[in-house]
Design a protein around this ligand. Structure first.
Ligand code: SF4
Ligand code: SF4
Ligand code: FES
Length: 817
């Protein structure tokens, strides 16, 4: 990073042209006060505290793009007076509630009031009664709100739900007389503060609430209802960890202290995060207390498990991907020793997909990441119900659209109004089910390097080209003659040119692929959306993996990575699917005596506390995950576990490794892991936002196999139901947490309810020839189209019989009268 140089308070700082002065200062550990600015989001200039002097002129450093040779002064008497007056304004009528306020101890209003040396108050106005508001999982107190608008900014530029806005506050108007009695910026800040409070632009379902607005609020105006009045912030110990519920594995902290006066057991009071650099999804924010509270070691059950391994009874071990890399390695080592089948169908599918992908991409891993998505300006999402499968990738998708003037396509049979609302430059394309293959051919046709493509594939793509006709409206100039009267009343003819719209039929080149997808022609959309775009990302999800033609789709995707400018991300289905798929040799499931780890089996080891032997949940474990950014990230113990863990079983079976984390440096190097010890793995972001978390996997290159298969369209029936969870649910572990606990429902659109003449909330029977369940329907305001979705997070509603081969199942849905 050395494009340009600027001086801040005399210190020479290297920077990239276009970086803001505030970010350069932060990266160089130079402090500039700033409240309203959120890293990675657009500056709102709401607080004006970041005022600096650039080459003799006042400027706001969060908004000022650096230019080579600039000299910045961050402090002067004038600047300090202005900042002090702004803080005084923020303190006007601010309730003296620090003693009971949840933010006390980590409040930016407290901090900056002291920092700026506010010791008196010259400004005053009659206070306005502003009642507190209940926003589902969140509590808003407008009297504590300083209208920095961070909550609005994060919901618009990061989360993308555009859930908040300013609304009139009511009460006295600010007397203009103050204008001459106070510094200019502080008057403007006060005027704004006096006019508005924050309101909800729309209701957010608690199962979709990210809680990020609470994380970014600098004061106690927004708090989670669950945390309110439960603890002082400074009493909580922050345990650095990684999101255990989804494959972003974002950095988070379990905030822990004793349970109560009488109970010294540690309890998680909330989850906090580094909101400036890594947003946290709602599952991580609210689904924190899923620990397995077991009373002690159940020696009898433990010995039963050990003996069942030793006497060869266990022929198969089945497990889920909600485990650490180290546990996956333990299972692989036990497989090597005892020769049982090792089964994790979801990770095996992912593993197979990645292997086929590598055959044509020539790389062991995909090349995309959340950071790459954020840097992109042309984005495509394919084969994923994105906000549910990977909320953090949907944040990055939205962030790139809003911050980079990006554009893109969201290809999915289920329409999502929230994604459609990300930007006017995102086109939602509800193609027919099973037509993802046509989209990949389209990307190869439009963006592929034809010189390096097999001639068969090239010819196949051009055989799909066709010339079509369309009607366009054109403006033409036409001469018209009118008879007018002059001032003496004599008629005369005058001619003038007028613009007229005429329809015209024109020919254009396109491809049959659109018809095959079952959508309108997108040639014009591509032309418009691609204008001035040069950084491309493609996100694909489980729809491409859990389907009959996944091998072909993986190979096509490999070609897209190799032959087009797109960076590709293949969303790992569960928290550690990528890790498991790299570490374990996985088998197909057979009808054998099975030990299940977090999967109900003949003998069940369960972190949910419902099995034959209790195991620790992921908030009770030290270890690492391999996240969707292909990074190995550490997580730590928030709550002690009193029972046995997998390493105890492994030790009793002769593996002899003292702690589970002693396996961290043994993770397979031929799969890209490094010989690094757990204690040497960092887990933080520095002031400049550089991620120091674990390490990145090494990606290997290999020879590419050729691919010249032709497109084949899979025709699916109409009565389809899709497998997807509500946004904050990922597994029985999120559903165990007390805030998120709920029951499975069939999520349907308004259109679906009308077509089936079924009321919201009605009970329905869902069945195929082997399996049936009964549950309620729930209207989702964000869903469009006629395909409902059915979740798999609820252990009481077994949907596995429906979705073994595909994410789309042909099911009958009948109302139970
Ligand atoms: S928001 Fe800050 S200053 Fe206001 S009451 Fe809470 S802790 Fe005190
Ligand atoms: S609620 Fe918090 S984040 Fe939102 S404007 Fe008020 S103080 Fe700022
Ligand atoms: S941080 Fe720059 S105006 Fe608020």
């Amino acid at each position: 990073m050395s494009d340009i140089q600027i001086k801040i308070d005399g210190k020479v700082c290297q920077a990239k042209e276009g970086e803001t002065v505030l970010n350069i200062a932060r990266r160089n550990n130079i402090f500039i006060p700033a409240i309203c600015y959120l890293n990675g989001c657009s500056p709102t200039l709401a607080c004006r505290l970041c005022l600096v002097d650039i080459d003799g002129k006042r400027a706001y450093s969060c908004n000022a793009k650096a230019k080579d040779g600039q000299e910045v002064i961050t402090q002067s008497e004038e600047i300090e007076n202005e900042r002090r007056a702004i803080m005084q304004v923020y303190d006007i009528n601010h309730p003296l509630e620090c003693g009971v306020c949840d933010q006390s101890g980590e409040c930016e209003l407290q901090d900056y009031t002291l920092e700026m040396g506010v010791e008196s108050q010259e400004y005053c106005i009659r206070d306005t009664h502003r009642p507190t508001q209940d926003w589902g999982l969140i509590h808003y107190d407008p009297s504590l709100c300083i209208l920095c608008e961070r909550c609005i900014t994060v919901s618009k530029d990061m989360i993308g739900d555009n859930a908040l806005k300013t609304v009139p506050r009511g009460g006295d108007k600010l007397d203009k007389g103050w204008k001459d009695k106070m510094p200019k910026d502080s008057y403007a800040t006060w005027n704004k503060l006096q006019k508005s409070i924050i309101g909800r632009a729309k209701e957010i379902d608690p199962q979709e609430e990210s809680g990020e607005c609470v994380a970014v609020c600098p004061v106690g105006a927004l708090v989670t209802k669950d945390f309110q009045y439960t603890s002082n912030a400074w009493e909580l110990t922050k345990i650095p960890a990684s999101n255990p519920h989804s494959s972003d594995c974002s950095l988070m902290y379990y905030d822990v202290k004793h349970s109560s006066i009488d109970d010294s057991k540690p309890k998680i009071y909330r989850v906090s995060s580094e909101y400036s650099f890594a947003p946290l999804n709602g599952a991580a924010r609210f689904g924190y207390d899923f620990q397995n509270e077991c009373e002690g070691k159940d020696e009898k059950a433990f010995l039963h498990v050990i003996n069942s391994f030793k006497n060869g009874k266990i022929k198969q071990v089945e497990f889920s991907s909600f485990i650490t890399n180290e546990e996956a390695l333990i299972l692989q080592k036990l497989k090597d020793k005892f020769g049982f089948k090792l089964v994790n169908e979801e990770a095996r599918r992912y593993q197979e997909f990645l292997n086929h992908f590598s055959k044509t991409s020539g790389t062991s891993l995909y090349n995309g990441s959340i950071d790459e998505v954020k840097k992109s300006n042309f984005l495509i999402s394919l084969g994923t119900f994105l906000r549910s499968d990977s909320p953090n990738l949907s944040y990055a998708f939205n962030n790139a659209l809003t911050m980079n003037k990006g554009a893109g396509f969201y290809f999915h049979p289920l329409g999502d109004k929230v994604v459609e609302g990300f930007s006017k430059s995102v086109k939602s394309v509800q193609h027919k089910v099973g037509r993802e293959e046509a989209v990949l051919y389209l990307l190869l046709d439009k963006f592929g390097d034809k010189d390096n493509m097999s001639s068969v594939l090239k010819e196949h793509l051009s055989s799909l080209h066709v010339e079509k006709e369309k009607e366009v409206t054109k403006n033409i100039k036409e001469k018209v003659v009118e008879t007018v009267k002059d001032k003496d009343g004599n008629e005369k003819e005058v001619s003038k040119m007028v613009t007229k719209k005429v329809a015209e039929v024109v020919k254009f080149q396109t491809t049959k692929l659109y018809e095959m997808m079952g959508v309108e022609d997108l040639e014009d959309d591509f032309k418009t959306l691609l204008d001035k775009k040069d950084k491309f990302s493609l996100i694909v999800g489980e729809d491409l993996i859990l389907t009959k033609n996944s091998k072909k789709l993986a190979r096509l995707l490999g070609l897209v990575q190799r032959l087009t400018p797109f960076n590709v991300i293949i969303i790992p289905t569960n928290t550690n699917t990528l890790g498991v798929s790299l570490i374990c040799e996985l088998d197909k499931k057979e009808d054998l005596f099975t030990l299940g780890y977090n999967v109900k089996s003949d003998i069940t080891l369960s972190a949910l506390g419902k099995g034959d032997l209790d195991m620790p949940a992921l908030n009770q474990q030290e270890g690492t995950f391999t996240n969707l950014n292909k990074r190995v990230v550490p997580t730590n113990v928030a709550i002690d576990f009193k029972g046995y863990c997998l390493n105890d079983i492994a030790n009793a079976l002769g593996l002899h490794v003292k702690y589970t984390i002693d396996y961290t440096h043994m993770l397979p190097q031929d799969k890209g892991y490094k010989s690094k010890k757990f204690d040497d793995l960092p887990n933080y972001f520095d002031n400049g936002g550089v991620e120091h978390r674990g390490y990145e996997l090494e990606c290997f290159e290999s020879e590419c196999e050729s691919f010249d298969e032709e497109l084949q369209i899979e025709v699916k029936k109409d009565d389809l139901v899709y497998k997807a969870n509500p946004i904050n649910q990922f597994s029985p572990f999120t559903n165990k947490s007390h805030i998120l606990q709920t029951t499975a429902l069939l999520h349907v659109s308004d259109e679906w309810l009308k077509k089936h003449k079924i009321e919201d909330g009605a009970m329905v029977k869902i069945s195929n020839k082997n399996h049936k369940i009964a549950l309620k329907v729930k209207k989702s305001d964000n869903l469009t189209g006629l395909i409902p979705y059915l979740p798999n997070f609820d252990t009481k509603v077994d949907v596995s019989g429906f979705f073994a081969q595909s994410r789309y199942a042909s099911l009958s849905v009948e109302e139970i009268k």
